[in-house]
Design a protein around this ligand. Sequence first.
Ligand SMILES: *[C@@H]1O[C@H](CO)[C@@H](O)[C@H](O)[C@H]1NC(C)=O
Ligand SMILES: *[C@@H]1O[C@H](CO)[C@@H](O)[C@H](O)[C@H]1NC(C)=O
Ligand SMILES: *[C@@H]1O[C@H](CO)[C@@H](O)[C@H](O)[C@H]1NC(C)=O
Ligand SMILES: *[C@@H]1O[C@H](CO)[C@@H](O)[C@H](O)[C@H]1NC(C)=O
Ligand SMILES: *[C@@H]1O[C@H](CO)[C@@H](O)[C@H](O)[C@H]1NC(C)=O
Ligand SMILES: *[C@@H]1O[C@H](CO)[C@@H](O)[C@H](O)[C@H]1NC(C)=O
Ligand SMILES: *[C@@H]1O[C@H](CO)[C@@H](O)[C@H](O)[C@H]1NC(C)=O
Length: 247
Amino acid sequence: MELCYHLLTIHILFCLSSITLAANLFNSKTDASALLSFKSHISSDPFGVLSSWNESLHHCQWQGVLCGKHHPDRVTALLLDSKQLTGSISPSLANLTFLQRISLSDNQFHGIIPVEIGYLNRLRFLNLSMNFIEGIIPSTLGNCSNLQVIALRYNNLGGTIPPNLVQCKRLQAIDAGYNFLTGGIPSELGHIPQLRFLALHVNNLTGSIPSTLGNLSSLMILGLHQNNFEGHIPDSLSNLTSLLGSV
Ligand SMILES: *[C@@H]1O[C@H](CO)[C@@H](O)[C@H](O)[C@H]1NC(C)=O
Ligand SMILES: *[C@@H]1O[C@H](CO)[C@@H](O)[C@H](O)[C@H]1NC(C)=O
Ligand SMILES: *[C@@H]1O[C@H](CO)[C@@H](O)[C@H](O)[C@H]1NC(C)=O
Ligand SMILES: *[C@@H]1O[C@H](CO)[C@@H](O)[C@H](O)[C@H]1NC(C)=O
Ligand SMILES: *[C@@H]1O[C@H](CO)[C@@H](O)[C@H](O)[C@H]1NC(C)=O
Ligand SMILES: *[C@@H]1O[C@H](CO)[C@@H](O)[C@H](O)[C@H]1NC(C)=O
Ligand SMILES: *[C@@H]1O[C@H](CO)[C@@H](O)[C@H](O)[C@H]1NC(C)=O
């Protein structure tokens, strides 16, 4: 009886570890194939940065790719700033479910921000500044409950600022200056407790500046110039005691 019990335990343990192993193998292949899809959306790579992205190297050794300490096969960061890359951003990035940082600034990315990026619930840092990205800021970004930084400065983004960014309770910086954003500043932005940096300057925003911004007690930098606001500056902004200045 006891032997049976032991055998059963060993069997269960073996089964469990095979399942974990299979899951890791599966996810590792998923990460590599998601990265290869990202690469396939790049039409020009003058420095050959992505030539290391080939099957003779493990995907965690590909240039610009970082993997986790605890999950060594899973991609946690994609860091490809200033590489003169031309192309669009593949929606398959959303399959990199361990991603915490995406930094693709200062390249020539065009096309839209895939809505699927909002499904990355470990994402903390997104920098797509200085590209030619168009379309809108997807409201799915409000699903990234760990997001701390959204940097989209100097792109061709239009549409309105999604009010549900307020769901990102950890947001510290929103930088969307130098785009073509329209509509008003959502009053909800005044309820992001840790927001320290809000730059919406040089856009086409309209309406009045919401008085709720006076609630941003951590705000240090506020950039609103060169828009089409109307009305006066709300008195509540005098409550921004952490404010150091504008961008
Ligand atoms: C991403 O995941 C989806 C859903 O699991 C799958 O259909 C798709 O093929 C994957 N894409 C890549 C490039 O791995
Ligand atoms: C794969 O990448 C390695 C490392 O950059 C490089 O030495 C090798 O030439 C590449 N192989 C192919 C087939 O491109
Ligand atoms: C985003 O990238 C731009 C260009 O590389 C850089 O100037 C900026 O500081 C970055 N933003 C953040 C929040 O790191
Ligand atoms: C994202 O959030 C919206 C509500 O804002 C919700 O309807 C949707 O199911 C969420 N999607 C994911 C993938 O979490
Ligand atoms: C800003 O909006 C106004 C009114 O909607 C429009 O006439 C103008 O062309 C817009 N400017 C830019 C730079 O998008
Ligand atoms: C936020 O600001 C509004 C308008 O200034 C004010 O009525 C409200 O009490 C504030 N809320 C919090 C939580 O501070
Ligand atoms: C500043 O904040 C305090 C406390 O939340 C509030 O009572 C007061 O009305 C605010 N001042 C202005 C000018 O909104």
